[in-house]
Design a protein around this ligand. Structure first.
Ligand SMILES: *[C@@H]1O[C@H](CO)[C@@H](O)[C@H](O)[C@H]1NC(C)=O
Ligand SMILES: *[C@@H]1O[C@H](CO)[C@@H](O)[C@H](O)[C@H]1NC(C)=O
Ligand SMILES: *[C@@H]1O[C@H](CO)[C@@H](O)[C@H](O)[C@H]1NC(C)=O
Ligand SMILES: *[C@@H]1O[C@H](CO)[C@@H](O)[C@H](O)[C@H]1NC(C)=O
Ligand SMILES: *[C@@H]1O[C@H](CO)[C@@H](O)[C@H](O)[C@H]1NC(C)=O
Ligand SMILES: *[C@@H]1O[C@H](CO)[C@@H](O)[C@H](O)[C@H]1NC(C)=O
Ligand SMILES: *[C@@H]1O[C@H](CO)[C@@H](O)[C@H](O)[C@H]1NC(C)=O
Ligand SMILES: *[C@@H]1O[C@H](CO)[C@@H](O)[C@H](O)[C@H]1NC(C)=O
Ligand SMILES: *[C@@H]1O[C@H](CO)[C@@H](O)[C@H](O)[C@H]1NC(C)=O
Ligand SMILES: *[C@@H]1O[C@H](CO)[C@@H](O)[C@H](O)[C@H]1NC(C)=O
Length: 324
């Protein structure tokens, strides 16, 4: 129906380059950054070309394997253990004081992201004890990254990976959202508040941590300090957000089976408000929202679900068909 009314020329849906929204995703095993740099991408391996409604978009994308939340937190414990490999005790500055857990070496070194030391007994039981020390926690988390590999190179993320300068707004999903949601930080807070909240939370002891709102999901409460410190380090020193660009990050509910639901809902709402008779006004009204819906829907589908670009064409149209 929609096809019959408008030619597929791209004249009416043409998000401004500046309005294309980037995506930050934090999974269990890896983290991805995707955005439209608005300049030449020097490393072809990180470039994805999108042809959407008659406009070419050149997007930068990189996936850091082993930098997802679960693997990063395991690497952190393994790294803390390296201070004394002969000891069966591990002091964890990001775990709350008074918290203790036992893990087997086999469970700690069960993935390629966490290489086991040369001689180790997989049956050994390691006792991890929280010390609740925010500054030490930050130091320990920084050791998970190699920031020196980039030298003074400004077009660089971390571990020597090419990254053009950040551009435009970003939606932060999945792990970014759930951790910040727990800390009540998802509505736009200045960076100084975010740092202060995390610092404050990380200094709590285990009894206080357990007293958070009973409504929240209490699985792995002990991890929120480490996870939020990790996220802040990743966003600031890793992806190079700063005091100024921090406000360009918007935390949104995730993107998976449900998360597509979010995109779809967003999309349905937006498309529903588009007046069919006046296509040219659409662009003038809310180009940013429209671009966000189209591009993030495509990014979710193409990159996170790996279903291929073909869906990007179908998705908005299918949405339309259900509406009309
Ligand atoms: C990257 O793109 C440039 C120009 O398009 C081309 O000359 C070069 O061979 C490409 N490099 C790789 C590794 O594909
Ligand atoms: C988009 O890029 C493709 C190749 O990458 C090219 O064939 C096509 O002409 C470009 N379209 C526009 C509108 O620039
Ligand atoms: C490592 O731990 C063992 C056993 O707890 C202890 O005897 C040793 O002194 C520790 N070494 C260092 C350098 O802390
Ligand atoms: C961990 O194991 C030690 C003995 O190896 C035991 O004394 C301690 O209670 C255990 N801690 C927890 C939290 O299970
Ligand atoms: C960081 O990367 C550089 C360059 O690849 C390397 O020389 C250095 O050893 C790395 N540092 C650490 C701590 O891994
Ligand atoms: C910066 O890093 C990129 C990719 O790693 C590289 O292509 C470029 O030559 C580097 N620039 C400088 C000035 O070192
Ligand atoms: C988030 O806010 C709720 C309601 O105000 C509160 O109960 C909860 O403790 C807060 N969470 C944290 C981690 O401070
Ligand atoms: C809490 O979260 C975990 C994983 O994040 C999930 O497996 C579990 O079902 C959740 N529990 C509740 C009560 O929502
Ligand atoms: C942001 O600015 C505040 C004061 O304006 C400063 O204290 C803080 O260190 C800055 N943070 C970063 C990450 O640049
Ligand atoms: C739909 O979008 C409009 C305008 O963007 C907004 O005011 C409204 O709250 C949205 N409705 C829902 C259910 O999200």
């Amino acid at each position: 129906m929609w096809w019959g009314q408008f030619s597929f020329t791209g004249t009416w849906i043409h998000p401004e380059a500046a309005a294309v929204v980037g995506a930050l995703d934090l999974g269990g095993a890896s983290t991805q950054i995707t955005f439209h740099p608005g300049q030449t991408i020097e490393d072809n391996n990180t470039e994805v070309l999108f042809w959407l409604y008659g406009t070419n978009y050149s997007l930068y994308t990189h996936s850091y394997l082993c930098y997802g939340e679960n693997q990063a937190l395991k690497k952190l414990i393994a790294s803390l253990r390296e201070e004394n490999l002969t000891s069966q005790q591990i002091s964890h500055p990001c775990y709350p004081r008074g918290y203790e857990e036992n893990v087997t070496a086999a469970a700690l070194y069960d993935s390629p992201c966490v290489p086991a030391p040369a001689a180790h007994d997989p049956r050994q039981i390691l006792t991890v004890r929280g010390t609740g020390a925010p500054a030490e926690c930050r130091n320990a988390v920084q050791k998970l990254f190699n920031f020196t590999a980039c030298g003074a190179n400004r077009t660089c993320g971390f571990n020597g990976v090419y990254q053009p300068p950040e551009h435009g707004h970003f939606f932060a999903f999945s792990g970014f959202y759930s951790v910040f949601h727990f800390l009540n930080l998802t509505s736009e807070h200045p960076l100084s508040d975010v740092s202060a909240t995390i610092e404050h939370f990380c200094a709590k002891d285990w009894k206080e941590v357990q007293m958070v709102d009973p409504g929240v999901n209490k699985t792995r409460l002990q991890d929120y300090c480490a996870a939020s410190t990790y996220i802040l380090t990743l966003l600031l020193q890793g992806y190079k957000f700063d005091n100024q660009t921090w406000s360009n990050i918007h935390f949104h509910w995730q993107v998976a089976a449900v998360d597509v639901g979010w995109s779809l809902g967003y999309m349905l709402n937006l498309t529903n408000t588009i007046p069919l008779e006046a296509p040219n006004r659409v662009k003038g009204q809310r180009p940013d929202l429209w671009a966000a819906a189209v591009v993030t829907t495509c990014l979710m589908l193409a990159m996170i679900l790996w279903t291929g670009l073909a869906l990007c064409y179908k998705w908005p149209l299918a949405t339309y068909e259900t509406m009309l």
